[in-house]
Design a protein around this ligand. Structure first.
Ligand code: DHB
Ligand code: FE
Length: 279
């Protein structure tokens, strides 16, 4: 794999942190529940320290690294890569429609509304293989959901997301697609490339020192909504692609794999239907 240019941790990390901090997260956790979760989390950590005989120098390096993650603005990156996939699995326990996957740090609400058959905003000379991604949104009984929206966002072929890198015009490779009367959509875009999470800051040091790799397979991000239905946040991957079997963010599920077929005109086409659970 040739190395692709990647967003700097300083730039995309700071942008992702600023976006998240503006939204001011809240949860209605009771003091009792907070106490129980915090006590178990600390006990789990104590178990790891015991088991590995963690030393004072290691403890101090950890302290320094935690400070660095914060000052580089990398908490959204690190948490969404190493923790979010498990929160997602718990959140969608018992759900039977389309599988979810992690949101990651680069969702921006309010992307341009586009008709059911559309082309995502992109540069005039956007690099990448053309992709037409089509499908239908239905409920668990198979009834189409004509009021659904399919929000889509993905990286360009160098791994940059608009709004999080200075070299991408705002709004490109993002859209809020309004499905037609039969719940159908057909979105023209480009096929993203595998994505290297920013690796020039403390998340990267951590990955390198541990001998891991910083790659995510190429992916489309989706958020599908309809009135009275549970919103599904998910990702779709390309079957057989690099890193599909070894995603640094552990966010691939076999049900979320696309197998596009490239036509004589050089356009890759694929269908994928979304099934929403009741809210
Ligand atoms: C990260 C980036 C992504 O595009 C994604 O889908 C998940 C995580 C990250 O850099 O943390
Ligand atoms: Fe992503």
């Amino acid at each position: 794999m040739t190395a692709v240019e990647s967003p700097t941790a300083a730039a995309s990390g700071a942008a992702a942190t600023a976006k998240f901090a503006r939204s001011r997260a809240t949860a209605d956790t009771s003091p009792e529940r907070l106490s129980a979760i915090a006590a178990d989390a600390l006990a789990a950590l104590a178990g790891v320290i015991d088991e590995h005989g963690v030393t004072y120098p290691e403890y101090r390096v950890l302290k320094q690294w935690l400070i660095d993650i914060g000052s580089y603005g990398e908490w959204p990156l690190w948490l969404d890569v190493f923790i979010e996939h498990h929160v997602e699995e718990v959140a969608y326990r018992g759900q039977s429609g389309t599988k979810g996957s992690i949101e990651g740090p680069y969702y921006v609400p309010g992307a341009a509304r586009l008709p059911a058959v559309c082309t995502l905003p992109m540069r005039a000379d956007e690099a990448g293989e053309r992709l037409v991604f089509a499908g239908q949104v239905r409920d668990l009984d198979g009834a189409p959901l004509p009021d659904a929206t399919v929000e889509i966002w993905h990286a360009d072929t160098l791994g940059y997301y608009s709004h999080f890198a200075t070299n991408t015009p705002d709004g490109i490779l993002r859209g809020t697609v309004e499905v037609d009367a039969e719940g159908r959509f057909a979105i023209s875009t480009i096929k993203p490339a595998p994505y290297m999470i920013p690796h020039d800051g403390p998340t990267g040091w951590f990955i390198e020192k541990a001998g891991w790799h910083p790659w995510r397979p190429a992916h489309l991000h989706l958020m599908v909504k309809a009135a009275g239905k549970r919103t599904i946040t998910t990702q779709l991957y390309f079957g057989g692609g690099e890193w599909v079997d070894n995603d640094v963010a552990s966010a691939v599920k076999p049900e979320l794999t696309l197998h596009p077929v490239t036509d004589a005109d050089g356009v890759a086409r694929v269908d994928y239907d979304f099934v929403l659970d009741p809210a």
